[in-house]
Design a binder for this molecule. Structure first.
Ligand code: HEM
Length: 205
């Protein structure tokens, strides 16, 4: 029997499930509003707008669960990055993903109760959860209440710039999601990390 460690508390799993589901709605409706032809939309435009707004508000409120949870429980400690030796450990992890993994070498930073994330995972999660997600929430709320946006920045429309930033970060988060789901398949078995995010228990390699 593989060794299991309890890594994902209930509040985190609830946050993650709502977040993942709502992100899928946001990406589908966002792509539809941005790219589809008005005469043949992927999702009817007015519906896409309403669903995108509702899902965006849910993600924003849900983000407060993530922030509070990481503030008051031990989970927040896994997101603290130590700068000393960071580059070296990132290179080590990269090398493992490019080479060692395929030779079945042991992971350089195995997951344990004290170390939930490898260095690359930690930097990606911090960048996503504390930089990209706040930017997309703030720009999204601003676009929901456009009267709050400054009208001109260096002669460019403030709404245009806000929308550009919102769309760019939306693209980056979509790229994150694809990579995130791919890396989630690298576990004790291809499905074990997904099971872990449902039942709370991480299965060790
Ligand atoms: C279909 C969508 C998604 C799936 C299947 C998925 C899957 C997973 C899995 C299996 C884990 C546990 C293993 C690990 O730590 O890597 C995880 C953790 C995590 N996911 Fe996702 N995810 C999805 C969407 C997202 C989105 C949209 C975000 C953020 C924008 C996100 C952020 C995170 C974070 C921050 C963790 C670590 C949480 C913690 O332990 O503190 N995920 N995800």
């Amino acid at each position: 029997m593989a060794e299991k460690i309890y890594l994902y508390p209930v509040w985190l799993r609830i946050w993650h499930a709502i977040n993942a589901l709502m992100f899928l709605v946001l990406i589908a409706t966002g792509i539809s509003m941005q790219y589809s032809h008005p005469d043949a939309p992927l999702i009817r435009f007015d519906r896409a707008v309403s669903w995108h707004n509702i899902a965006g508000i849910i993600v924003s409120l849900n983000y407060l669960i993530f922030l509070m949870g990481n503030l008051i429980t031990k989970n927040g400690s896994f997101y603290k990055i130590k700068l000393k030796g960071l580059i070296k450990s990132l290179i080590k992890q990269f090398d493992y993903y490019l080479r060692g993994l395929f030779k079945r070498e042991p992971a350089p930073f195995p997951i344990s109760e004290e170390r939930k994330f490898n260095p690359l995972q930690k930097v990606t999660y911090v960048g996503t959860m504390y930089v990209l997600v706040p930017i997309i929430i703030i720009t999204g709320l601003a676009l929901l209440f456009p009267e709050t946006i400054v009208s001109k920045v260096f002669n460019y429309s403030g709404i245009y710039l806000t929308a550009l930033l919102h769309g760019t970060v939306g693209f980056l988060l979509s790229v994150f999601l694809v990579i995130h789901v791919y890396f989630s398949t690298i576990g004790a078995s291809p499905s074990s990390n997904f099971k872990g995010m449902i039942n709370g228990w991480h299965e060790k390699h």
